[in-house]
Design a protein around this ligand. Structure first.
Ligand SMILES: [Zn+2]
Length: 365
């Protein structure tokens, strides 16, 4: 890496830019977004539909309206003319954010992001897998962040750090390994009696001891030295700054057709992890009570069938604490009751269902 590439030199990479400013640096962190523009004076603005049947616009809005995310991105500074194409995504995204902030139109076009993602061979046509595209975008940014310090900040913003323990049912030998996730996957199952699911129960079930399944169910236990059945459970290694939950509502039927499960799944505006999870699933380290509290920030929702349909996002503006629905080029004020429509309902086959929930720790300092 060298300045000619549009990047920082080695000496600059080792410094924490918050504490040390190198006068000779070619890097000038940009100004944070003001979130004071547009119809609502909070930065909210639409993204025009560019004919891609994808949740791309919805996800872009969850990044743009997230002040913590935008603050990190703004610090990459201005792109020089020499930013190589394979490193262009953070700069293209920042250029989009700046255009969104400065535009006097109702919506701006994300066309350049789309063509940038195509250059990076990002698959956009998996209309039902929002979490997959979300992870792809975050990982692409992590790979391309021009400064390790900012990469680390971004990683800390989204990573859910878990310790996975496998216990052999034959000899009780326990092994554990660390794993990092960007989203927690919760499968929404079909219920013949339309029983309501809750996010809290889903999360408890995710962390609870479960029989290792699939390829993991029969695994070599290092102590017995033979195949034995194991159970697995998860524990948070630390409290994540962002808790992103992927609600998997698509199942494959025997006919190999995809079916969407519209079953009701409720999610609360505030989640207290110390109440939702048992102590053995929480980090060993103790935190202040306020740090276990998570507030909902965004709900990406889908309406329609698995292979078609439409996405919109509900986002709570951190500027005015009000909810907005971002539906491509249109943005409108909504209430929490409107957001709750995304709980889903078996009666409405074309109804709106939440597929990605983003909670943010209320006191992440
Ligand atoms: Zn064993």
């Amino acid at each position: 890496m060298c300045e000619e590439d549009g990047y920082l030199n080695e000496a600059e990479l080792l410094e924490d830019p918050e504490t040390e400013e190198d006068a000779s640096s070619s890097w000038h962190p940009g100004k944070p977004l003001s979130y004071s523009t547009g119809t609502f004076k909070n930065g909210a603005i639409g993204l025009s539909n560019i004919g891609v049947k994808s949740c791309l616009n919805s996800l872009l809005q969850t990044f743009y309206m997230n002040e913590d995310f935008a603050d990190i991105l703004c610090r990459i500074g201005e792109a020089t003319d020499n930013v190589p194409l394979e490193r262009s995504f953070p700069y293209e995204l920042l250029a989009l954010f700046e255009e969104m902030q400065d535009s006097e139109e109702d919506a701006v076009s994300p066309y350049r992001i789309l063509s940038c993602l195509r250059t990076h061979k990002v698959r956009l046509f998996s209309p039902y897998d929002v979490a997959e595209l979300f992870s792809t975008l975050v990982n692409l940014l992590l790979e391309q962040m021009p400064h390790p310090y900012l990469e680390e900040k971004l990683r800390n913003l989204y990573t859910i750090r878990l310790e996975e323990s496998m216990t052999c049912l034959k000899c009780s030998n326990q092994r554990s390994s660390d794993t990092n996730l960007l989203t927690i996957h919760l499968q929404v199952y079909h219920s013949r009696y339309h029983r309501t699911m809750t996010l809290e129960r889903g999360l408890r079930r995710f962390f609870k001891t479960k029989k290792a399944s699939g390829g993991e169910s029969w695994c070599i236990c290092p102590k017995c030295g033979e195949d034995s059945k194991s159970v697995k459970d998860e524990r948070l290694r630390s409290l994540p700054r962002t808790l992103t939950v992927d609600l998997k509502r698509i199942r494959q039927r025997k006919s190999s057709q995809l079916q969407k499960i519209n079953r009701t799944l409720t999610f609360p505006p505030t989640l207290d992890l110390s109440e939702v999870l048992d102590p053995e699933h929480l980090p060993e380290q103790e935190y202040a009570q306020s740090q276990y509290i998570y507030n909902i920030f965004a709900v990406v929702a889908h309406s329609g069938t698995p292979n078609s349909g439409h996405f919109c996002t509900y986002i709570k503006s951190s500027k005015d604490q009000k909810w907005y629905c971002f539906n491509d080029s249109s943005v409108c004020r909504v209430s929490w009751d409107d957001v709750k429509c995304a709980y889903g309902n078996t009666i409405f086959h074309w109804g709106v269902t939440a597929c990605l929930l983003i909670y943010i720790q209320s006191d992440g300092k």
